[in-house]
Design a protein around this ligand. Structure first.
Ligand code: UDX
Length: 450
């Protein structure tokens, strides 16, 4: 099929490359000349495992073209995907101005029937606004489809190529058939294609992200209670995750959720509720509790070092999660900024996100080339991103290099008794702190306090 995708951010670029991988001819359009030039040279603007390879392969096969010329894309395509950003506006609403601007430009380029598909996350009701704009700028017929993406950064290519479900928001049976054909190469036995009206498709996207954010946040709040009452959040996770009604994924307590989607979408859902007189009290509470979780961790570390002047900490991880260089709303950056504000010096290492983090922490943090070099001269190690390479570290090196062998782990990467056996003091999330020689102590000052 002939398809164009507008926007070369996460959503647009991954969708374009994967649709080409499925055998379609894809024109990928963006108005950022530099990004398009880079892509034409094989330079991918984001770090996403597997993306470089499929972009290269499909460009070479002639199925994927990058251009700034929207009319070329629209002229060659039956389907036009909109995959531009919808960032949070100052009031918490999703700013859909880029989506509406693209809709207008697409309409102006249309020379016949088109199917316009929105992949961007847009507030419920946007389908109507986009349709109205298109109708007012073209005489040509069109259909509108809401097709939200459910890609996770770090596994976005796999999520697109092997989806659990694809949601198609249209009520037109002929368009349903076309969307079925388009997605046929990606549907596995377990995959489901679910058809619904556009408003429900728009809502389903917010509901999915807010539901997941709520699960995580509930576990995070429970972890605080576990700290206070001496229970172990990991045991609790096993206990409830084995209940088929609850399920085991997205129950990991940690530093709080971050990234380009959950915080923005929970905020936008709250805003939508306020806008129609249906206050989303739970979504608002989730937002507040998520920041509280990040701050509790940072304050716990600050409290530990409060009587020690000239503290320097080594920080492992800056990205909001593993397998991405994205630091948008990263809990790690919020914590680092709190440490610095409290007078603690920070040396940081992240396998992918040091360049992207520079804008937030440049000049305030010393960046290291490798996880172990930054430990020298530090008074403790703080783990903030769940990168695979941090999961089984050389504990002997950690112990030898640090001035004081102590780890604050915001991701619960290790078994506490094992770390204590390595001669390292270990504080994690919602689990009792452990000290060398296997001696378990509970120190009031080390507990996470709300
Ligand atoms: C999310 C959705 O999963 C995806 O479907 C949507 O399209 C975009 O938003 P993403 O932001 O890439 O994807 O990350 P995800 O893997 O969902 O994690 C979000 C945040 O939750 C991260 O900060 C992560 O560290 C945190 N998290 C996740 C937890 O703290 N605990 C968990 O159990 C799972």
């Amino acid at each position: 099929m002939k398809v164009s995708v507008v926007g070369v951010g996460y959503v647009g670029l991954v969708a374009a490359a994967c649709l080409a991988e499925g055998g379609n001819h894809v024109v990928c359009v963006d108005n950022d000349q530099k990004k398009i030039d880079d892509l034409n040279q094989g330079v991918i603007p984001i770090y996403e495992p597997g993306l470089t390879e499929i972009v290269k392969k499909n460009v070479e096969a002639g199925r994927l073209i990058f251009t700034t010329d929207l009319s070329e894309g629209v002229a060659k395509s039956l389907l036009v995907f909109i995959g531009v950003g919808t960032p949070s506006a100052d009031d918490g609403s999703a700013d859909i101005s880029a989506v509406l601007a693209v809709a207008k430009d697409v309409a102006r380029c249309m020379d016949g029937y088109r199917i316009v598909v929105t992949k961007s996350t847009v507030p419920v009701g946007t389908h109507k606004k986009v349709s109205d704009i298109i109708s007012s700028y073209t005489e040509h017929p069109f259909d509108y489809v809401s097709n939200p993406e459910f890609l996770k950064e770090g596994s976005a290519v796999d999520d697109f190529l092997k989806p659990d479900r694809v949601i198609i928001g249209t009520t037109n049976p002929a368009v349903m058939e076309i969307m079925k054909q388009l997605y046929a190469p990606f549907m596995r036995k377990k995959s489901r294609m679910i058809f619904m009206d556009p408003a429900s498709a728009e809502m389903a996207k917010y509901a999915a992200n807010a539901m997941l954010a709520t699960r995580i946040t509930f576990m995070n709040e429970l972890s605080g209670l576990c700290d206070e009452l001496g229970a172990d959040i990991e045991m609790v996770r096993h206990g409830i995750g084995s209940d088929g009604r609850i399920g085991s994924s997205f129950l990991f307590a940690g530093l709080g959720y971050g990234g380009s989607c959950f915080p923005k979408d929970v905020r936008a859902l709250s805003f939508m509720g306020d806008g129609c007189g249906c206050e989303m009290t739970l979504a608002k509470a989730v937002q507040a509790a998520n920041y509280k979780q990040q701050d509790r961790f940072a304050e716990r570390v600050i409290e530990y070092y409060k009587n020690r002047p000239e503290t320097t900490l080594a920080a492992w991880g800056l990205a909001f999660k593993a397998r991405t260089d994205d630091v948008r709303e990263s809990p790690a950056l919020r914590c680092v900024n709190k440490f610095i504000a409290a007078g603690i010096k920070v040396k940081a290492y992240d396998p992918e996100a040091m360049e992207t983090a520079v804008a937030d922490i440049d000049g305030k943090v010393e960046m290291g080339e490798n996880a172990y070099d930054i430990l020298n001269g530090c008074d403790g190690l703080v783990i903030m991103t769940d990168w695979q390479e941090f999961r089984s570290p050389a504990f002997d090196d950690i112990k030898d290099k640090l001035n004081k062998a102590v780890i604050f782990d915001g991701r619960n990467l290790y078994e506490p008794p094992f770390v204590a056996k390595q001669g390292i003091e270990y504080h994690s999330i919602g689990r009792v702190s452990v000290f060398p020689q296997g001696v378990q102590q509970e120190t009031d000052s080390l507990r996470m306090r709300a």
